[in-house]
Design a protein around this ligand. Structure first.
Ligand code: SAM
Length: 281
């Protein structure tokens, strides 16, 4: 396990993922009934952008830093920007919220959050950080735990409402297959849950193949994808973009998708050929 998210925190991929995560969480808040969130690949929860790892790559400069300079952010993206600002009260961008912190921020007293992280040391860091998060007592951290196994074991949640976030590092060649297997097992046990998956786009054909495999999982009916290319994908060995796939997207998210992507695509573009697609599969 060599991947460390601290090298990439706040990059263009985090921006898309976390903007959409915040929108989804806000729709879950629309009903009083409690919701439950499982973050299968949680990372350490928050990141110091002035730390050695983040400054080495500078990826946040082409991601969240671009967004914070803008004064014309659409309403769908504003809650994410506000969340980042909340972590950086003196106005300087230093701390970047990971998906666990963003989920924690949206928890109401009746809601709960489960965080899984497999890396032994990072999972201890996550547990220490989560103690300081908003709604800390409603958060359970599963240290040194495989997120896919946790998904299988924990769904359906007692609340019967909520979301599973799947955000693997794609260090393994068969990561897409592992995701499809996990979704198959999850949907078999909990067909009405929302499942949100982040994935990198190198070769768009590989991603198209993944979309089709999800679409035909037994019990899956509603699948929506938001794909962003930050440059044309002519070189399939490069990290050309990323996407979010939703099974059972929260009501309302898809109505905001085009607004979000119309805004983020030129903002996060790194070269010619930046474009997006949002569609129901
Ligand atoms: N979701 C986080 C966020 O948005 O802030 C970032 C997660 S990072 C892309 C992926 C994380 O998954 C890494 O911290 C890695 O150690 C962890 N990981 C890798 N394989 C795992 C597995 N099978 N189960 C749980 N965590 C895993």
């Amino acid at each position: 396990m060599n991947y460390r998210h601290s090298y990439h925190a706040g990059n263009f991929a985090d921006v898309l993922k976390h903007v959409v995560q915040c929108v989804a969480l806000r729709y879950l808040q629309n009903k009083e009934k409690p919701f439950w969130v499982l973050d299968t690949h949680a990372g350490i929860g928050m990141y110091d952008l002035t730390g050695e790892e983040a400054t080495k790559t500078g990826e946040a400069m082409a991601g969240v830093a671009r967004l914070l300079e803008r004064s014309d952010v659409p309403a769908a993206i504003a809650p994410y920007v506000e969340a980042v600002k909340q972590l950086n009260e003196n106005g300087e961008l230093r701390w970047y919220p990971g998906s666990p912190w963003l989920s924690a921020l949206h928890l109401r007293p009746q809601d709960s959050l489960i965080l899984c992280e497999k890396h032994p040391q990072d999972s201890l860091l996550l547990a220490a950080n989560a103690n300081e998060f908003p709604a800390a007592r409603q958060i359970k951290v599963m240290t040194a735990t495989d997120g896919y196994a946790a998904l299988k074991a924990l769904v359906p949640p007692p609340q019967k409402r909520g979301m599973v976030l799947i955000d693997p590092p794609f260090e393994q060649r068969d990561e897409f297959e592992q995701i499809v297997a996990a979704l198959t097992a999850g949907v078999r046990r909990w067909a009405t849950g929302t499942y949100a998956v982040w994935y990198p786009i190198k070769d768009p054909l590989v991603v198209g193949d993944f979309h089709q495999k999800v679409k035909v999982i037994r019990g899956v009916e509603q699948v929506y994808v938001m794909d962003l290319l930050v440059r044309s994908a002519t070189d399939a060995s490069r990290f050309n973009g990323c996407g979010m796939l939703f099974i059972n997207p929260p009501y309302g998210l898809t109505e905001q998708a085009t607004t979000i992507m119309n805004y983020l695509t030129p903002l996060l573009a790194q070269d010619q050929g930046a474009e997006y697609q949002c569609l129901w599969l």
